[in-house]
Design a protein around this ligand. Structure first.
Ligand code: GCW
Length: 726
């Protein structure tokens, strides 16, 4: 049991609470605001502490470099917190319980034992318990300094989660090369789709003032193995490429460098015009190419390890090569050519669509599939998990598996634009896992999305994964404590896409709250059920994109939503089979056949691929109408149960975090009911069917829900705010 839980549960008298230090509960019982994330290092319970103190009696940190110094300091800080006192540093492993960390270059012992094998690669590490010269040692070894840092965080995770340290034998290396956070942050500190305050980049004070948060951010990223960060919004501002802003970016890059975190920027395709004084941004124009080459040279002069560019082109109003009659390949390859001499990459987004008769779910595939084999080796095509846009549930994007001669990168959204913003408790691990494990059948069974993006399926030259960050200036970084789990899950799955979402959730709960099994088990259960609950109360059975223009709350009646639900008096759902848009044909035949067949399509995707009459019979024997009502209601019920579970955990977690989670769950319950009632109210106005027995009617009439309007929703501005409310 964790001591924070122990302190509150033992029912100590009040006077004792006032004298926490004397009572031995110490800092553990102090309020927590979430700033420490999963790196809290609170004291272990006494028995565990004693065992671990015996296992680690001295730290032998071989060699000096900025990265190794950080590893050594982290270890000391972590063990100091967890064990109550940091073991002393020693020059050599001459006693039992020495913890040795370093590389073959810095540690003679690691060199002699050949402890850092090729399997650890450039960023991986080995953690081993062993005997050497009669002494019991633990060794954290790596080929490069950054591997030592990653290994240090992994070791501290073992201690925090109370694993026995006597028999360690781990080799771990990332399966994906580029593990990147994309920030949709603007230079004025607004954050598109951000629900955690302002941007953490305080551009105005950079480069003169380096907020300590920048270091803490890099540390948190490194603790998960995230090795790249795109600082600015894909809806890009050319100003970020001006000398003024590049100097600021360089200052951030210098803070991040020892943490193995490389900086990337988005490139506004028209930058040669907007800040370069040219008359065109045509990628085949020699002057434009020269401008980018020179701009890239300037960037590398300031940031020698600059990662490269992320580009959103010809999408949602962003300029791109098509403005000049050129292809996406022409645009991407031009930038790749400019970056090549310096080792940078281009991440080119496949998120393109236009209004028009073509099913939006088809459009990215239609645009990019013909470019397979035409993109430079330095280009990664960044593809969202599903073909529309980060909905609570989508099938995997058909481009995965369809471009064998292109390095594809997966983009998932960590910020919950479509999943209840900061207040809904929705753990995204299962969503990420569902995508990664989806089988594209591109090369027969087992051709999972994970294997496409880790490069193993098609022997791709590059591999990558990006998560759209949920980080902001809020004290708890992510807007809520449970949203920290989504940053965490992204990082852990980026390192190893084969991890199970459930294991990641458990690890996070233990690190973030407590190792108390009576706390861990129900909270993990609640997290694991939470994504399906949100699917149910927002868009069950394969529905998608049913929210208001601000993306806050339900609005299945607006034109944009009706386009996706195709609901009318007869039925509901989007026909994407051969009788409809035939988007299903974009999948490999075994997948296409399954999705296209009403008898085989997973119920969770029924209305994504099929239009069915309201009386269509589901496997349950119920009509689709009844099933919808049941699913919407089940989603709400599940949130009610989450509230009850959490309420039962009072006293097992500090008061501050307990209270915030409780309040947010209450908001979530209200909003889940709003989603259910508004959606059912609208669909019932079309289906004209009664609710099945025992299911309560919507609280208000449809007109009430249609009239709701929220003018200052976070994360949006301009025309996306929707109609003003008066
Ligand atoms: O659907 C959209 C979001 C936009 C976002 C875009 C994208 C940053 O609503 O806010 O723009 O996806 O991913 O480019």
């Amino acid at each position: 049991m964790n001591s924070d839980a122990a302190a509150t549960r033992a029912g100590r008298p009040l006077w004792c609470l006032a004298l926490l230090v004397l009572c031995g509960a110490g800092q553990a019982a102090l309020a927590e605001d979430g700033y420490d994330l999963w790196l809290r290092y609170r004291p272990l319970p006494p028995a565990q502490r004693e065992a671990d103190r015996r296992a680690v009696r001295a730290i032998v940190a071989a060699g000096r470099s900025p990265t190794l110094d950080i590893a050594r300091a982290e270890l000391a800080r972590g063990l100091d917190g967890l064990l109550g006192t940091a073991p002393p540093f020693a020059a050599a492993p001459t006693r039992d319980g020495s913890l040795v960390l370093g590389t073959a270059l810095t540690s003679p012992l690691i060199a002699a034992l050949r402890l850092a094998p090729g399997a650890a690669g450039r960023e991986g590490y080995v953690i081993r318990s062993l005997r050497y010269a009669g002494h019991r040692l633990i060794v954290i070894a790596a080929n490069e300094d950054i591997g030592v840092l990653y290994g240090t965080f992994a070791f501290l995770r073992l201690v925090q989660t109370q694993r026995p340290l006597g028999n360690l034998a781990m080799v771990s290396a990332p399966r994906i090369q580029h593990r990147i956070l994309d920030h949709f942050d603007n230079l004025d500190r607004t954050v598109e789709r951000g629900y955690a305050g302002e941007s953490i980049w305080d551009w105005q004070k950079l480069p003169g003032y380096l907020d300590p948060r920048y270091t803490d951010y890099a540390r948190a990223c490194a603790s998960l193995g995230i090795n790249g960060t795109v600082l600015n919004n894909v809806n890009a501002d050319a100003d970020s490429l001006t000398p003024l802003y590049l100097r600021k970016t360089a200052a951030l890059a210098a803070v991040f460098r020892p943490y193995g975190l490389r900086v990337f920027l988005t490139a506004r395709f028209d930058a040669p015009i907007e800040i370069g004084g040219l008359h065109t941004a045509d990628p085949l124009d020699p002057a434009v190419r020269a401008w980018w080459r020179s701009k890239v040279g300037e960037i590398y002069g300031l940031i020698p390890d600059f990662g490269g560019f992320l580009v959103k082109a010809n999408s949602e109003g962003q300029p791109g090569p098509e403005n000049y009659g050129r292809s996406h390949a022409d645009g991407a390859n031009m930038l790749a050519e400019a970056l090549a001499p310096h080792g940078g990459i281009v991440m080119w987004r496949a998120f393109v669509y236009s209004q028009g008769p073509t099913d939006r779910a088809r459009q990215a595939y239609d645009s990019f599939k013909p470019l397979d084999g035409k993109l430079d080796r330095k280009v990664l095509l960044q593809v969202k998990n599903g073909p529309i846009d980060f909905q609570p549930r989508e099938p995997f994007h058909p481009l995965f598996g369809a471009m064998p001669r292109t390095s594809l990168m997966l983009e998932v959204q960590i910020t919950k634009e479509y999943l209840g913003f900061a207040t809904h408790l929705v753990y995204l691990g299962p969503l990420f896992e569902e995508t990664l494990r989806s089988d594209t059948f591109a090369r027969g069974p087992g051709s999972t999305v994970a294997r496409v993006i880790d490069g193993s399926l098609f022997a791709s030259p590059k591999s990558g994964i990006a998560g759209d960050a949920n980080i902001g200036s809020d004290r708890n970084w992510c807007g809520s404590i449970f949203d920290q789990a989504n940053w965490y899950a992204f990082g852990r799955l980026a390192w190893d896409p084969n991890l199970a979402a459930r294991d990641v959730a458990e690890e996070w709960v233990r690190l973030t709250f407590s190792n108390d099994p009576a706390f861990v088990a129900p909270v993990v259960r609640m997290m694991m059920a939470s994504r399906e609950a949100a699917v149910d109360y927002m868009t069950p059975l394969g529905l998608a994109h049913q929210m208001a223009p601000s993306h806050y709350g339900p609005a299945p009646w607006i034109e944009a939503s009706r386009y996706f639900n195709h609901a009318d008096a007869q039925g509901i759902g989007f026909d994407r089979t051969a009788t409809g848009s035939d988007a299903v044909a974009q999948y490999a035949p075994p997948v296409a056949t399954r999705f296209a067949d009403l008898k085989q399509v997973p119920e969770a995707l029924l209305l994504w691929f099929h239009h069915v009459p309201w009386d269509y019979r589901m496997a349950s024997g119920r009509t689709v109408w009844d099933e919808l009502v049941i699913r919407y209601s089940r989603g709400v019920q599940q949130v009610t149960e989450m509230r009850q579970v959490w309420a039962g955990l009072a006293g097992r977690v500090d008061a501050e975090r307990f209270a915030q989670v409780s309040a947010f769950l209450a908001i979530q319950e209200q909003e889940a009911r709003w989603w259910r009632d508004a959606s059912l109210g609208y669909f019932q106005s079309l289906s004209r069917r009664a609710l099945p027995a025992g299911y309560s009617p919507p609280q208000h009439d449809l007109a009430y829900y249609e009239a709701l309007c929220f003018p200052y929703v976070p994360g949006v501005w301009g025309e996306r705010r929707g109609p003003l409310c008066r």
